[in-house]
Design a protein around this ligand. Structure first.
Ligand code: AMP
Ligand code: ZN
Length: 492
């Protein structure tokens, strides 16, 4: 079977994946800037990497997955001007910046939990790594690639580009960048408009500030990811991911910083997830062109005709390859819901299927190989899902007595369904809430049985009879035997 191949944005090719340390994978993904609720576009990018994380784990790798929280340094525009996004929100809401951070970090976690994300191994924050960021700046200054002006420190892109290629990830040339960047004469202290901030002097109104060798200020946005990725994964690590829009300038700057600081390329495989669009335009908070995850659950949105479950939205997103643009529409989501329901019905049907002595009318081994082949080909979830549907067709044929399955094949089919649908795609079964409620009901009955036993030991027969009689009235019968008390819930 073909081994795992991943599309590397740096080489623009699919490459055979070979981790730096056998059996281990270090993966860093740029996390959210926690100044507002995440929209479903953000969720898509994080979901792509959740699926990738799940598949790497499934393959048996020990994965250290680091996804940061940006809680300082990300200015209003992606250049180095404007207010810090979090500080601006804090001003607006008249609360502390850290209250903004807490509020939207909690929202982020709640949202990802609803979509059944696995937590990353480490979730570091920018503000928790100011010392590390200052150390990196000192190193870059010592190496002669950064300069200080009036309390701010900038990375010298033009000097770096003399011996390196600034733009190698995003396919840009410095000449074009120079040509296309407007001169910031009088507006900025930078030597060249292409240079980027490593440290910014905080003006009197800037509330998020830290002491540094260059005075009171705050780190530039690109620096935190270099500090946190190399701290937890080493100077060179396997995978760095993020949304396509982070390629430039964010990831380009990360490469320049890390290469200057450590003298080596920081990342083996750069991965970029494509955008979720709405009406053909990128979903973005700034333009108002977005849907919030909560909108799906309530159905209260001009873009939706009804509510949808988190698992159905997850299925909709994973039906597209992570490197393709996905345009959201109510019709597309309705179609995905049908497909998702069909898949889940098939999961239920499979539970009740009985094997036969005849050979199967479907080559399960080659189907299983195709499923792995799809995921090994740059995590191609839409092809995997298409393969799952060829199994659905076969399962329906068995149900209608038009096909049969051997014991061995039934075992393989069951384990593959569990692995691909639940473990790797991270979907939930249809009756997830039912199951959850059933478990809670059973635990409550067990608790009442325990209280009844204690009452009997204390010769409080009034209480023990009351528990038994009243449970009986609501349709739950207690059965006493030598082994203890059991119960039957009336199905009527
Ligand atoms: P931010 O909080 O703005 O840094 O964004 C968090 C992540 O969401 C980044 O990886 C972005 O690239 C990604 N992202 C932003 N907008 C979209 C979108 N419309 N579709 C997919 N991913 C997005
Ligand atoms: Zn980042």
């Amino acid at each position: 079977m073909k081994e795992l191949h991943i599309y590397n944005s740096l080489s623009s090719k699919k490459e055979k994946f070979k981790p730096l340390e056998k059996g281990h994978v270090g993966m860093y993904v740029c996390g959210p800037t926690v100044y507002s609720n995440v929209h479903v576009g953000n969720v898509r990018t994080f979901m792509s990497f959740d699926m990738i994380f799940r598949y790497l784990l499934h393959l048996g790798y020990k994965v250290r997955y680091v996804r940061n929280i940006t809680d300082a340094g990300h200015l209003e525009n992606d250049a180095d001007e404007g207010e810090d996004r979090i500080a601006k929100k804090a001003h607006l809401e008249k609360i502390e910046p850290m209250e903004v951070v807490q509020k939207y970090t909690v929202d982020f976690h709640n949202t990802l939990n609803k979509f059944n994300f696995l937590p990353p191994s480490i979730e570091p924050t920018a503000t928790g790594h100011i010392i590390e960021q200052i150390e990196i700046i000192k190193k870059i200054i010592d190496k002669g690639f950064a300069y200080e002006i009036k309390g701010s420190v900038y990375f010298d892109v033009i000097k770096y580009n003399k011996e390196n290629h600034y733009g190698k990830l995003s396919g840009r040339k410095i000449e074009d960048l120079i040509h296309n960047t407007r001169s910031l004469e009088g507006q900025s202290d930078k030597k060249n408009p292409q240079d980027f901030a490593l440290w910014k002097k905080a003006d009197t109104q800037h509330i998020m500030r830290w002491p540094s060798p260059w005075g009171s200020g705050f780190p530039g946005w690109h620096l935190e990811c270099t500090a946190m990725s190399t701290k937890y994964l080493g100077e060179s690590f396997d995978i760095h991911g993020g949304g396509m829009d982070l390629k430039f300038p964010h990831h380009e700057c990360e490469i320049a910083q890390a290469e200057t600081c450590n003298g080596k390329s920081p990342v083996q495989t750069w991965m970029h997830a494509n955008m979720l669009t709405l009406n053909g335009q990128k979903m973005a908070k700034s333009t108002g062109n977005y849907i919030l995850p909560e909108d799906f659950f309530t159905g209260e949105s001009e873009h939706l005709s009804k509510s949808f479950s988190a698992s159905c939205v997850r299925f909709f997103i994973l039906q597209a390859h992570y490197r393709s643009v996905l345009d959201f529409s109510n019709e597309a989501l309705l179609a995905s819901e049908k497909g998702y329901n069909k898949l889940m019905e098939s999961v239920n049907t499979l539970e009740n299927i009985i094997f036969s002595n005849k050979t199967s009318g479907f080559n399960i081994e080659s189907w299983k190989k195709n499923c792995y082949q799809a995921m090994n080909d740059d995590f191609n979830s839409p092809i995997l899902i298409a393969e799952l549907f060829s199994a659905v067709k076969f399962i329906n044929q068995i149900k209608e007595n038009k096909a049969s399955i051997s014991e061995k094949d039934l075992l393989t089919l069951n384990s593959c369904f569990n692995a691909f649908i639940f473990e790797i795609l991270g979907l939930h079964t249809l009756n997830e809430t039912e199951n959850n409620h059933k478990e809670k009901l059973e635990n409550s009955i067990k608790l009442l049985i325990k209280i009844r036993e204690e009452a009997r030991e204390n010769k409080d027969f009034k209480l023990s009879d009351k528990i038994r009689n009243e449970l009986e009235q609501i349709g739950i019968q207690l059965k006493d035997s030598k082994e203890g008390t059991n119960f039957i819930i009336d199905s009527k």
